[in-house]
Write a protein that binds this ligand. Structure first.
Ligand SMILES: Nc1nc2c(ncn2[C@@H]2O[C@H](COP(=O)(O)OP(=O)(O)O)[C@@H](O)[C@H]2O)c(=O)[nH]1
Ligand SMILES: [Mg+2]
Length: 221
């Protein structure tokens, strides 16, 4: 059969990547470190941030961008603790897009910030697929979700720079094998730092706070 030449037009850099690249540039210009926190609804993302606010006082100037499908409830929880927080409403989407995050960042006083933490829309799958220009994704998995989730939903666990296992205060009441969970995480990503945290008691918070301040979660404390 004769070879037919077909003209192909392809968007080499999709719209989302363009905005993510702009955000990376903006963060670089202002020397601001941005993290993208991703995990299922209810895994304890906002509780982790609530517990972090007081501990970071005087150590780090930071702001939070709260992503949700609807409502300003999480932003209200954090603003009650006196931290700069904006609510990003995805309007039905299961993830935040880079453009929305970029516009919110532009409204922040980046000159006077060290770190921006984005709490993505609660979902273990979609947000991992979307680059928002962050320096790193933090995967959050609670001990009530089952230890096999890292191998069932491997994308997030392969892309993240650290995993936080939350609600460890509940372990005595559960059939959750936390060592097996860490093994599953390392099957997906061998060198992954795993932090065990209970936001309600504060246990394990020090390593998370040190990681934020040093912009490095790999170090074992
Ligand atoms: N026992 C326990 N409950 C927690 C912990 N962190 C969060 N929770 C509870 O889990 C529920 C969901 O927490 P939230 O922070 O709203 O989760 P998000 O949807 O991931 O932001 C709330 O009822 C919290 O009180 C924890 O460390 N231990
Ligand atoms: Mg939340």
């Amino acid at each position: 059969m004769a070879k037919i030449d077909i003209k192909v037009y392809k968007d080499l850099m999709g719209e989302n990547e363009k905005w993510a690249a702009k955000t990376r540039e903006l963060l670089r210009e202002n020397d601001v470190y941005m993290l993208n926190i991703i995990g299922s609804p209810g895994c304890g993302k906002t509780a982790l941030l609530e517990n972090s606010v007081r501990r970071l006082e005087g150590k780090l100037r930071f702001a939070v961008l709260e992503g949700d499908v609807e409502t300003t409830r999480d932003a209200e929880r954090l603003s009650a603790l006196d931290v700069t927080v904006y609510q990003l409403i995805s309007g039905g989407a299961c993830h935040l897009e880079a453009k929305l995050v970029h516009h919110a960042l532009r409204d922040l006083d980046l000159d006077n910030l060290d770190v921006v933490i984005v709490e993505n829309v609660g979902n273990l799958v979609c947000p991992a697929e979307f680059d928002i220009g962050e320096h790193g994704k933090i995967a959050v998995l609670s001990v009530t979700e089952g230890e096999d989730k890292p191998i069932k939903y491997p994308l997030l666990f392969s892309k993240a720079i650290a995993v936080i296992l939350t609600k460890t205060d509940l372990l005595p009441h559960l059939n959750f094998d936390i060592d097996a969970c860490e093994d599953y995480i390392r099957q997906v990503n061998a060198g992954m730092p795993v932090l065990r945290v209970a936001a309600v008691t504060g246990e394990g918070m020090d390593r998370w706070i040190a990681g934020l301040v040093e912009r490095n979660f790999a170090k074992r404390i």
